[in-house]
Design a protein around this ligand. Structure first.
Ligand SMILES: [Zn+2]
Length: 306
């Protein structure tokens, strides 16, 4: 039997709430196969079967057996071996690593999806060559991953880089205590800077529920209220990022997820962050992702290269 470590093909699977994406990477990082299916929802056994089907399909298309890495929401607790913090809630409390290894008949490496994103962008993406990278997901939620010298920082609780449920720092009086979060706390970064966070903020102030893309489009057309919402969002994101910079001091920050398409962020964030960063040279490099949506699967495939 092939040992995954020596396999020339690395399979990466991105287990999302609504879709499962997979890729087979060759030794040079080239895509040998890719595939995407709808994710079974609220059905744990069907999720395992779908992953098995995905692996079989990728290996058939790539013509080789591969190592398997999986990026997932939440993480597997090193202490209990059970899934924690997944917004695909049917995974929580399940021995997912053990079950998926049994189902596939081989060892599997798992990591949080934001960690996979950060790893992908650090290895051969927007932050290639940078020694320290903070990869940020701004989508329906807010996640993050830390890479230092090409390795994920993932400690005894498997929550390295998870900044989304820290509170908004340097909050003003009217930002306190902040919106209620699904995690049970108030004012988490996620409630302010995720897509739904931006949309809810716009609704609270402007009285209108609009999709993030629509808020950005209206701001581009001169809508003052939409522009004000984008400004508040960028200001809060800047404070949250500056807080992380003061701890980790990354060479590069890469933004991912749907809101990484808000192109104004790359221009305004460095100056908005600077007053909160405890350094003379406070300008931080913020980049859009190279691999966009594909970073999750590419990073998952690379979990066997660590
Ligand atoms: Zn929270």
């Amino acid at each position: 039997m092939d040992k995954p470590r020596e396999s020339p093909v690395r399979l990466g699977i991105d287990l999302g709430g609504t879709k499962i994406a997979g890729v087979a990477l060759g030794p040079d990082g080239a895509v040998k196969a890719d595939h995407r299916i709808a994710a079974p929802r609220y059905d744990y056994a069907a999720t395992l079967r779908a992953i098995g089907d995905m692996v079989a399909r990728l290996e058939q298309d790539a013509g080789a057996r591969g190592s398997v890495g999986i990026g997932m929401p939440g993480s597997v607790s090193p202490a209990s071996g059970l899934v924690q913090n997944a917004n695909s809630t049917w995974l929580n409390g399940k021995p997912f690593a053990r079950d998926v290894e049994t189902h596939l008949g081989r060892p599997v490496r798992l990591a949080n999806d934001a960690n996979c994103f950060a790893l992908s962008e650090a290895v051969d993406g927007a932050a290639a060559g940078a020694a320290s990278v903070f990869g940020v997901i701004l989508g329906t939620g807010c996640g993050g991953g830390l890479v230092f010298n090409g390795r994920l920082i993932d400690g005894p609780r498997s929550i390295g880089g998870e900044w989304g449920h820290n509170p908004l720092p340097w909050a003003t009086r009217d930002e306190h205590p902040g919106p209620h979060c699904w995690c049970g706390r108030h004012g988490c970064m996620e409630t302010w800077v995720s897509g739904p966070g931006l949309e809810a903020d716009h609704e609270r102030i402007a009285g209108m529920r609009l999709a993030s893309e629509e808020i950005a489009a209206r701001a581009g057309n001169g809508d003052a209220q939409a522009q004000a919402s984008l400004d508040r969002h960028a200001g809060r994101l800047a404070r949250g990022l500056a807080h992380v910079v003061n701890i980790f001091d990354p060479h590069v920050i890469v933004l991912g997820g749907g809101l990484s398409q808000l192109s104004h962020l790359y221009g305004v964030l460095p100056d908005l962050m600077a007053p909160y960063i405890f350094a003379e040279r406070a300008q931080v490099t913020i980049k859009p992702p190279r691999w966009s949506d594909a970073s999750g699967v590419r990073g998952a495939a690379r979990l066997w290269e660590l």
